[in-house]
Design a protein around this ligand. Sequence first.
Ligand SMILES: NC(=O)c1ccc[n+]([C@@H]2O[C@H](COP(=O)([O-])OP(=O)(O)OC[C@H]3O[C@@H](n4cnc5c(N)ncnc54)[C@H](O)[C@@H]3O)[C@@H](O)[C@H]2O)c1
Length: 253
Amino acid sequence: MTRLDNKIAIITGGANGIGKQIATRFAEEGAKVVLADFNGEALEASVNEFKEKGYAAHGVKVNVAVEEDINKMVDETIATFGRVDILVNCAGVLDLMQAAHNVEDDIWNRVMDINVGGIMRASRKVLPIYMEQKSGIIINLSSMAGVTGGRGGLTYTAAKHAVTGMTKNIGSHYGEFGIRCNAIAPAQVNTGLTTSIDGWDQFGLKQSTRGVATMNRPAEPIEIANIALFLASEESSYVNGVVLAADSGWSAY
Ligand SMILES: NC(=O)c1ccc[n+]([C@@H]2O[C@H](COP(=O)([O-])OP(=O)(O)OC[C@H]3O[C@@H](n4cnc5c(N)ncnc54)[C@H](O)[C@@H]3O)[C@@H](O)[C@H]2O)c1
């Protein structure tokens, strides 16, 4: 008996980084996983890798900012595996650390559509299903920028605060239906998220990284995936509406 025996989990942003590690950890614990990502190449490679390891895995190419894609993601999950038990909203993008006076509308709209709208849309789709089956888990990727003020650009900070708010709102409204919604708020995690981006706002970058010297160390994706596993399993049955800081004490300083 494993911790997620036969559970069906959707992981957005599951083709890379934290999402892929979460999907791996879930599959190791007996879950059937649906990787949902808009990077088609990475998606195909990850799904093949999972299948080679003997995991039950399915890939759906989605842009979480698009309603029809979200609907397809959930409908295809049910058509493939019969139900959905866990939704991990991991897909997310950065905002070039743009400080308030440098925010560009297209960056604002893109980050809000993906980081906030994506979670709203996916939650809106699964919640009626969860209410009917009287169970279901949502795990959102917030960030240190979702619980503190000065550690990101304005848009990313606003978006991740919205993720924190949605997590608490859903946790509070739907607990009585056997549904739990929690979030993880990592500081820095060693993934490709920050390494592959040019064009940083130098003022925003300087201001946002002032406190980095007080951070113990960045996390490895597995350290975040193990938290997601706890939040997805029955071991956290009394945890709902919580945003768990994963920062090795950085925000406690
Ligand atoms: N890496 C960090 O330091 C860090 C820190 C705090 C929070 N987070 C959050 O964790 C989450 C995952 O970050 P990561 O570091 O694994 O990033 P990553 O770039 O390694 O992976 C993100 C994945 O999301 C996918 N994606 C992006 N936009 C999408 C969209 N519109 N539709 C579908 N898929 C989309 C990408 O293709 C990619 O596969 C994000 O929400 C991020 O904000 C990351």
